[in-house]
Design a protein around this ligand. Structure first.
Ligand code: MLT
Length: 249
């Protein structure tokens, strides 16, 4: 098994030049996109469609008005002034995506990094949305895979500690579950080492990150940090299919 990690979106152009047809990508955007998508699917959303641009989301909604709009810029819900006249139904807080609001629904979402990272992996054999919320079940799913690429979405163009921690935690979980000694790429070892050093207080490590501090400073969003730091509370694997929609595997 080959285990590799991409540490930030700055590496996406290189990813676009790679042949991913034999690769299983796991995308981590702990604060908050992939945590939010896993939560929405846990609460019964039919599918989440990640897109890069606000205009793409609005265009899809205009074509299919039953599709709900979700997304953030600078952490805040997208408003009419940003979307050409329509307030989005959701921002990107996992706590907004309750069963009452999302059961059976299709949601299109655009976020700063997470949805771009998912789209960048679209050509891969398998694409999963990973989070601390569903880490162990995701590790179980990966057991038989031969080539795994852990994609940390990061914050802006920077690496995000919370994503690297999640990647490292997944490497740690995978090790006992795989027969042959994995071929570690340097970056996977960095993620594993980072997790080994900070795992005793994940909540604090995530809260101290760049996006963690930003969210903690916004009263209505501060509880998202603790929510996204929960471990293995959802028993589902979230896979993005060839049609670009994330669904429960
Ligand atoms: C992102 O995609 O950049 C993040 O999920 C943004 C956020 O939710 O703060």
């Amino acid at each position: 098994m080959k285990l590799e990690t991409i540490l930030s979106l700055a590496e996406l152009p290189a990813l676009a030049r790679r042949d991913l047809r034999g690769t299983t990508c796991v995308v981590f955007d702990i604060l908050r996109a992939t945590s939010t998508f896993v939560t929405a699917l846990h609460h019964g959303a039919k599918e989440i469609i990640p897109v890069s641009e606000i205009a793409e989301a609005v265009a899809l909604h205009h074509r299919q008005p039953e599709i709900l709009l979700a997304g953030e810029r600078a952490g805040m819900k997208i408003r009419a002034a940003q979307s050409g006249g329509i307030d989005f139904d959701f921002g990107n807080s996992p706590r907004e995506f309750t069963a009452e609001k999302v059961r059976g629904k299709t949601i299109v979402s655009t976020t700063t990094n997470g949805t771009r990272a998912l789209r960048a992996c679209a050509a891969a054999k398998t694409v999963l949305a990973g989070a601390f919320l569903n880490l162990s079940v995701t590790a179980d799913f990966l057991r038989g895979e031969k080539e795994i690429l852990l994609v940390c979405a990061g914050t802006g163009e920077n690496a995000a500690a919370e994503d690297i921690l999640a990647a490292g935690a997944l490497v740690e979980l995978l090790l006992p579950r795989i027969a042959d000694r994995p071929v570690f790429w340097r970056t996977a070892a960095i993620a594993r080492q980072t997790f080994a050093e900070l795992k005793t207080d994940l909540g604090a490590a995530i809260g101290n990150s760049e996006n963690g501090r930003q969210l903690l400073a916004i009263p209505e969003l501060r509880d998202d940090v603790a929510f996204c730091a929960q471990l293995n509370v959802f028993n589902l694997v979230a896979e993005m299919s060839a049609d670009g929609a994330l669904r429960v595997k």
